[in-house]
Design a protein around this ligand. Sequence first.
Ligand SMILES: Cc1cc2nc3c(=O)[nH]c(=O)nc-3n(C[C@H](O)[C@H](O)[C@H](O)COP(=O)(O)OP(=O)(O)OC[C@H]3O[C@@H](n4cnc5c(N)ncnc54)[C@H](O)[C@@H]3O)c2cc1C
Length: 422
Amino acid sequence: MTSSARHIAVVGAGAVGTISAIEALRDGHRVTLIDPGEPGGTQAASYGNAGWLSSHSVIPPAEPGVWKKVPKYLMDPLGPLAIRWSYLPKALPWLIRYLRSGSTEAKIEVTARALRPLLKDAPSLHKRLAEEAGVPELIERNGVMHIFPSRAPFDADLGWRIRKRVGIDWLELSADEMRQREPELHPRYTFGVLVEEAGRCRNPGRYVAALAELAVARGAQRVTAKATALKLQNGKLVGVVTDRGEIACDAAVVAAGARSRALAASIGDNLPLETERGYHVMIEDPGVGPRMSMMASDAKMVVNWTDRGLRAAGTVEIAGLDAPPNWKRADILRDNLQSMFPNLAKDIPASRIKSWFGHRPSMPDGRPCIGYARATEDVVYAFGHGHVGLVGSARTGRLVAQLLSRREPEIPLAPFSPERFL
Ligand SMILES: Cc1cc2nc3c(=O)[nH]c(=O)nc-3n(C[C@H](O)[C@H](O)[C@H](O)COP(=O)(O)OP(=O)(O)OC[C@H]3O[C@@H](n4cnc5c(N)ncnc54)[C@H](O)[C@@H]3O)c2cc1C
C-alpha cells in the first residue's frame, strides 16, 4: 500500500461493487468485498439482466404524458409496466418524482446528456475487464437491434430524436433487410434500427463472478455478510457494521444495488431509491431464435443469446423489495418470445425453461447516485443505475476509484450527485 492507500470496504458484489473493487485495487488500496451472497449470484440484478451493453441507453424510463397511463399500470398486473395496488402508497413519492423527471423533452435531454459520457465506450471498457478476468468470450461488440412493427412508433418516439442530438448513430433497416438478417423473426416486424456501437454480455452472472475472482486474485478479501449500517466517529468512517460483526475500515463504497437505501440512511442520507422489478425466462437449446440481440418495441423486452440458451428479459413491476414474484409475468415473456419467433417449439419441456426475477436499483430521474455521502467523503455511493447498471458499471468503477483517491473524475459528476435529492 502507498502512503495515501486506505482500507476500503465495498458493500455489494454485483457488477458495480466488483468493478469498483478492481479499480480501487488498481489504485493501491486494500479492499474488503462484503456480500451475503455469491458474487454474480441469483440475488443480484447483475445476474439476471438482459446483458445489453447498450451505450445508447441514455433515455430515462419516464416520458412526457406518461402519467395518463398510470391507471392502466394499476389495472393490468401483467402489462409491460405494472404497479401493485398494495404498494402504491409506499411508492407514491418516488412515482411522483419519476413522472416529473420525464415530464418534458428538455428534462429527458438533460439526463441523456449526463448518461452519455457514463455509458460511452462501455463495450470496450467491459471487453478490457473481461480480458483481465480471463473471460473475454463473454463480451461481444457487434451491435444490437431494435425492432418495430412499423416505422411509425420509431418516428413518434422522442427518445430517438434525443439520441441523435447527443451524437448517437444507427442504421435503419427496411422490412427486406430485416428479413435477410433475421429470417426467423415474425414478418409483422417491418422496421429495424441497428446500433453498431453497442455490445452485449453472454452471461452477466458468470462475468460478475469472474470479476470478483479477479479482485480476490489481486488481494481483495471476500467477507460473506450482510452490512447493516455504516459507523462514523467524529465525522470519519471507522467501520461497516454487519450481521457477522464490525469490519474496521477507512472508507466504504455503498454498491448494494436496490438494498442500498438503508445503508445511506444509517449516516443520515434519505435517498429515493426504489426497485423496478424485472423478470427473465431462459430457454435451453431453443433450436431457433435471432441472429442478433434485439429489443422488441411492442413487447418491451430484450432477446439475447447467452452461453446457456436464449434469454428474454425486461418489463417493470413496482411492488417493493419484499412482495413475492408474479411468475405470470415471466410466462408472458416466454409467450412473447414464441410470438416473435413462430418456429420456436410450443411444447418445450419445463425442465428447459428457467425463470428469474430481480430488482433494478432505480432513482426516479433515471440517473444513478455516484458521489460522496453528505456526512463524509470517506463514503462513496455507487447505486441506483436502474436499467443501465451492467453497461454503466465499468465507468462507475473507475469514477468510484477516482473519488476514493480524490482525483479529478473523468466525466462530470454533478448530474449523479446524491445532493440533488437532499
Ligand atoms: C430484467 C432486467 C433486465 C436488465 N437488463 C439490463 C441490460 O440489458 N443492461 C444493463 O446495463 N442493465 C440491465 N438491467 C439493470 C442491471 O441489471 C442493474 O442496474 C445492475 O445489475 C445493478 O448492479 P448493482 O451492482 O448496482 O446491483 P446488484 O447486481 O443487485 O448487486 C447488489 C449486490 O449487493 C448485495 N447486497 C444487498 N444488500 C446488501 C447488504 N446489506 N450488505 C452487503 N451486500 C448487500 C446483493 O447481495 C448483491 O449481490 C436489467 C435489470 C433487470 C432486472
